[in-house]
Design a protein around this ligand. Structure first.
Ligand code: ADP
Ligand code: MG
Length: 348
């Protein structure tokens, strides 16, 4: 099922939670909504589900306008972060619940519901656990049951709101891989909400980066890492430094020291550069001059904080573990890779 979100605005009282959001989700795609808390991910998901209605704009399922349709009419399955299973019901009854509450006539026979529950337990790799109660399962198993329950109604679309958010890192990672494989087998159009960039990139075909009720960028993991479209995306995805620079005649300069070349127009720009894209230069060479303020170990390397001369910003640089990290040491850094954004671009 293809989904088109067209110019959606959503305000709560007067508070704008989403501003003019448009997004096309292809049939069978697994897409991740990624952004910090409060960026509007859940609101967008609830609008797609039919749990909220847009202030303006439209949502299409296939070619039909679903904007005014109810959750049941849209036939979506969803799983939330704390999707409580019914404690007093067995796992099998939990999975079959959405079918047992269907109106007579559309409700499958009891034996059929039981058979479907068993099939789904196989699918989510919990065969034979239908007779257990939720409290007899681990957190990861419960979330898989929640997913089986969402799938039981044969939804046209699967909506997952931080479904693994409450689980510990190791379980999360396993479930992530498992969900990716499940998606490859079942091919449901799936929208997955997360604030974890690693999770988004590992799981999704495309990632939608959101901030303050707006979509900042839609792209593959590589796109958002290597070609961040905005200062927000640059600094949200991975470590980053920002240095104010001036472009004149194709040269990028910081306080008169030429850092590199660009095709951008003359004027003031914001240079964004990642800690591993700064190289130590020989003293006397042009670059970002400063002094080493402190250093910490980061895996196999070392991240040093450099205070740029003349009260410039403090920036981080990745050094090899054996580099001289003496506090107060004078250093000159040359960016090897960067992005320039105009001064007026949306603040990060
Ligand atoms: P996210 O899921 O990215 O954390 P949400 O979509 O939950 O963000 O929220 C986006 C913004 O909308 C937040 O500022 C939140 O406080 C506000 N908001 C969400 N739901 C409601 C509501 N029912 N009433 C009022 N404000 C809301
Ligand atoms: Mg949320």
């Amino acid at each position: 099922m293809k989904i088109s979100v067209r110019n959606i605005r959503k305000t709560f009282d007067l508070y704008p939670a989403l501003h003019d959001v448009s997004l096309d989700i292809a049939s069978g795609e697994l897409i991740a909504l990624l952004g910090p808390s409060g960026s509007g991910k859940t609101t967008l998901l609830r609008l797609i589900a039919g749990l909220e209605f847009p202030t303006s704009g439209k949502i299409l399922f296939g070619d039909e306008d679903a904007s005014a349709k109810s959750v049941q009419e849209r036939n979506v399955g969803f799983v939330f972060q704390h999707y409580a299973l019914f404690k007093h019901m067995t796992v099998a009854d939990n999975i079959g619940f959405g079918l047992t509450v269907r109106p007579a006539g559309t409700r499958p026979a009891r034996a059929e519901i039981r058979r479907r529950a068993e099939e789904l337990l196989e699918l989510v790799q919990l065969p034979g656990l239908g007779g257990r109660y939720p409290q007899q399962l681990s957190g990861g198993q419960r979330q898989r049951v929640a997913l089986a329950r969402a799938l039981a109604i044969e939804p046209r679309v699967l909506l997952l709101d931080e479904p693994f958010g409450a689980l510990d890192a190791k379980v999360r990672k396993d479930l992530r891989r498992w969900l990716r494989e499940l998606h490859e087998r079942t091919g449901h159009t799936t929208v997955f909400v997360t604030h974890d960039q690693e999770e988004a990139v590992e799981l999704a075909d495309r990632v939608v980066v959101m901030s303050q009720g707006r979509i900042e960028q839609v792209g593959s993991g590589d796109d958002i890492y290597d070609e961040p479209a905005t200062p927000f995306v640059f600094s949200f995805i991975g470590q980053s430094n920002e240095v104010p620079v001036e472009v004149r005649g194709g040269e990028i300069a910081y306080r008169g020291a030429v850092l590199g070349r660009t095709e951008e127009a003359d004027g003031h720009w914001r240079m964004f550069v990642r800690p591993h894209d700064l190289a130590l230069a020989e003293t006397g060479q042009p670059g970002l001059a400063g002094s080493l303020f402190g250093a910490r170990r980061a895996g196999r390397s070392r991240v040093a904080e450099i205070e740029l001369d003349g009260g410039g910003p403090r920036i981080e640089v990745e050094l090899s573990a054996d580099a001289d990290a003496q506090q107060g040491r004078a250093v000159t850094l040359r960016p090897t890779r960067w992005r320039l954004f105009p001064q007026s671009a949306t603040a990060a």
